[in-house]
Design a protein. Structure first.
Length: 257
């Protein structure tokens, strides 16, 4: 006896889902974005940064959900730090990933400095990689929003350390002759080791980095206690005097934007 298998095709009423058209064409860099899309639900932060249009980014979906064990999570590759992500650029109407140039400081000369009163001014940092973290550069208060957005996009890469970092000088933003300026609110003590930057010098001793700044009056005694060497190779360090104390002003030496 023959047996037959009958296949019945059932048509579902309603509209079938149509694929959404995705625009992968760009005109400017602003049409592109870098996205680290996760391919594994257990490793949501381990996606590889890729360049794509904003339209395609909006159409991305999450990876299928699944139960994750501790071994699954431990096996996840480390995420790429956002500071090391490439930049998204538009080339020949296609989004591409371009290696990011390390920009650590802002060119604050391009910011507005005009003012009428002291309240029109504020103090900010110039260099994101400066570990001293001192707000000592005056700009117009109305530029602070633009500054914060630009500063947050700076990348530092490897952490840079320097010794010593003197306490930040107490400064106040003021308006002088229509231009924002910074004035010290600290008094220089009578026994100050310096009165100006010229009273300070970089000290390089054996087994010590050329990053220590001391006063010129203390240099002779310091060189008796250690073998001094020339300081012309001191990297990114400028001797400064603030509030009667010598300290090392740090400059990353990288380009500003």
């Amino acid at each position: 006896m023959w047996r037959y298998v009958v296949v019945v095709a059932v048509a579902c009423r309603g509209h079938s889902a149509k694929p959404v058209a995705v625009n992968d064409r760009c005109e400017t860099d602003s049409d592109c974005a870098i996205v680290a899309q996760a391919t594994d639900a257990c490793c949501p932060r381990s996606g590889t940064p890729l360049a794509m249009t904003l339209d395609r980014k909006a159409q991305l979906s999450s990876p299928p959900e699944r139960t994750c064990s501790q071994d699954d999570v431990v096996a996840c590759p480390p995420p790429v730090a956002r500071d090391n992500w490439p930049d998204a650029v538009c080339k020949d109407h296609a989004c591409a990933a371009q290696k990011r140039v390390a920009i650590t400081k802002l060119d604050l000369a391009t910011y507005r400095h005009t003012c009428t009163t002291d309240a029109d001014c504020t103090l900010v940092q110039r260099d994101r990689c400066n570990p001293c973290r001192c707000d000592d550069v005056p700009i117009a208060a109305g530029e602070r929003g633009r500054y914060v957005e630009a500063f947050d996009h700076l990348s530092c890469g490897a952490e840079i350390t320097i010794a010593p970092c003197a306490p930040c000088d107490a400064l106040a933003p003021v308006c002088r002759h229509g231009t924002c300026d910074a004035v010290s609110t600290e008094t220089v003590p009578a026994d100050a080791e310096c009165r100006s930057d010229e009273d300070c010098v970089v000290w390089c001793a054996d087994e010590s980095p050329c990053e220590t700044v001391i006063s010129k009056t203390a240099l002779a005694a310091a060189c008796k206690a250690a073998n001094c060497r020339p300081s012309e190779h001191a990297s990114n360090v400028t001797p400064r005097c603030k509030a009667g104390k010598c300290f090392a002003a740090f400059d990353s030496g990288l380009p500003a934007r």
